[in-house]
Design a protein around this ligand. Structure first.
Ligand code: TEU
Length: 538
């Protein structure tokens, strides 16, 4: 393989900026807070930070409703603070990835304010407007991901506009060339400032059917056959229809190819795209001749039931589906999904750490998962997430996984001196960086050692991958380099099980420190919740 690029051999760390580190006492994290914690990230051993949106925004969807793509929200700081952050990150060999929200703007963005001012405003066509249905009401059956119809009537001009998410997030019309140019300029703006890459929000939504055809009904699944641990269709109204005409349209790939050309105007920039699609459709986003996204996010581990057989199958399926030259990636959690330690428990969260950091491809790690943070209960009077407020089926919404990072065992966890915007949770005294950093048995130590090991052993980031035949709760695979081979043996269950393998070697890292340095042979006895990385001989 050619020398791997930074985003191929590196590990991405996602920061939800409201919740990382507050420096001005308002209870919301800020850019100077991220800068203050760069030494921690370097110590931890990650290579890049992806920062969720920091742009001016009315915060209807906490920054995913952008009202100025080339500014910084005063809550987070200033452009000078941003430049300082980039310089300090680069000085530590850390790359900076910004969240780019191309599908929709805020309804307070000057573009939308102009567009809605009259039917003949030059910006009208920058958004998606339709007349009411012949008998009145929304123009078709399209639904918002966040609940209800995706159409909102603009009283003044008597037309509906389309919003895939909140009504405060009108969708841009990506068939309009001026929209494209304006959005490409926002990418150039940040690349000029030294930004290394972008995470593109809901990029599979960019293009909608030109004829605005109704989405077909979903034939339905029973919960038994649904392989994912998230919503079962039927519980989430959006999934009652197949979003056939609103997402994953063929023309989206032409747009992405153009976006890629803009990125390629600058050296070594990369884009990772948020796409919730099954792997066979996902891989099309690498583009023809790999001239699409560098990394279409692979969310299989975020969504899949924690079942060794299903995960085994999905790894094989993903590896087989990857086109030539397409670089894989894996994710365990993000700001939209329940935390991994809540979903699978603290013991399995350690096994998951080994999986994430030893599979082939770029891992993305969600802030706080490295200390084993779990979802925090949010009392009704502290709910912030619009999804929790909008959708009765959404339960507690997304606040539980967005709570402040815990830096120490103090009352405010070292996050703020003010009142944190979301509650900290009741296990701050044990689950925090200061308590765990020198504890050899902590999950933080496991993460840090795995990251250091991965950095030292290129085989783990760029080596080959081959599955090992396993059954029951076991998962196994071999990573192969020029003259090194590692066996990864994981027990996804809580009872002991033996993994048969034709070979022998020494345990380098494991969930249970007492195993390290020991020899293993062809029959590896794993305890419940145990995972190992073995350096193979010969
Ligand atoms: O998320 C898009 C999205 O589809 C998810 O919110 C998904 O529906 C949800 O996780 C259910 O599993 C992106 C951002 O990540 C999210 O924070 C924004 O709210 C949303 O887009 C709108 O910009």
């Amino acid at each position: 393989m050619m020398k791997p690029l930074w985003w191929q051999c590196g590990v991405i760390y996602q920061i939800y900026p409201r919740s990382f580190q507050d420096t001005d006492g308002d209870g919301v994290g800020d850019l100077n807070g991220i800068t203050r914690r760069l030494d921690y990230l370097q110590w931890l051993g990650v290579d890049a930070v992806w920062i969720s949106p920091i742009f001016p925004s009315p915060m209807a969807d906490f920054g995913y409703d952008v009202s100025d793509y080339t500014g910084i929200h005063p809550l987070f700081g200033t452009l000078d603070d941003f430049d300082h952050l980039v310089n300090e990150a680069h000085a530590r060999d850390l790359r900076v990835i910004l969240d780019w929200v191309p599908n929709h703007t805020s309804d307070q963005h000057p573009w939308f304010i102009e567009a809605r001012s009259s039917r003949d405003n030059p910006k009208r066509d920058w958004y998606l407007w339709r007349d009411p249905a012949p008998g009145g009401g929304p123009p078709n059956n399209w639904l918002s991901v966040f609940g209800g119809s995706a159409w909102e009537l603009d009283e003044k001009t008597s037309q509906y506009y389309y919003h895939a998410f909140l009504k405060e997030q009108p969708d841009l019309n990506w068939r309009n060339w001026d929209v494209r140019e304006a959005m490409y300029d926002t990418l150039r703006f940040w690349m000029e400032r030294g930004v290394d890459g972008f995470r593109a929000d809901v990029i599979w939504h960019l293009i909608k059917d030109e004829e605005y055809r109704d989405n077909p009904p979903h034939p339905g699944h029973s919960s038994d056959e649904w392989p994912y641990r998230e919503h079962v269709p039927g519980q989430w109204p959006y999934q009652d229809l197949i979003p056939f005409y609103t997402t994953d349209r063929p023309e989206v790939h032409e747009v992405i190819a153009e976006i890629r050309q803009v990125l390629d105007e600058y050296p070594e920039r990369m884009m990772v795209g948020e796409i919730y699609l099954p792997v066979e459709k996902l891989v099309a986003y690498y583009g023809k001749e790999r001239a699409g996204l560098h990394l279409p996010f692979n969310f299989e581990l975020v969504r899949m039931s924690w079942n060794a057989r299903m995960i085994d199958r999905v790894i094989d399926k993903y590896e087989a589906a990857l086109p030539d030259g397409a670089w894989p990636n894996w994710v365990l959690g993000n700001h939209d999904n329940s935390r991994i330690a809540t979903d699978i428990g603290p013991e399995q969260a350690r096994v998951a750490a080994i999986l994430l950091l030893t599979l082939r491809g770029t891992p993305t790690l969600y802030y706080g998962d490295e200390v084993g943070m779990t979802d925090v209960d949010i009392p009704p009077d502290r709910v912030q997430d619009p999804v929790a407020k909008n959708r009765s089926d959404a339960g507690p919404g997304r606040d539980p996984e967005r709570t402040p990072m815990r830096w120490d065992a103090s009352e405010k966890a070292g996050f703020t001196e003010g009142e944190p915007w979301l509650p900290l949770g009741d296990d701050v005294d044990t689950v925090n960086v200061a308590t765990e950093r020198d504890d050899p048995s902590s999950i933080l130590t496991l993460y840090r050692r795995l990251l250091a090991f991965r950095r030292a052993e290129a085989t783990l980031s760029v080596g080959g991958y081959a599955p090992v035949e396993t059954e029951g709760d076991l998962l196994g695979y071999v990573r192969t380099g020029d003259d090194t081979r590692f066996l990864v043996a994981l027990n996804l269950g809580d009872t002991p099980a033996a993994l048969s393998f034709n070979g022998a070697g020494t345990v380098e890292i494991g969930t249970h420190a007492d195993r390290e340095g020991t020899e293993v042979g062809s029959e590896i006895e794993l305890r419940g919740d145990e995972g190992l990385v073995v350096r193979l001989r010969g």
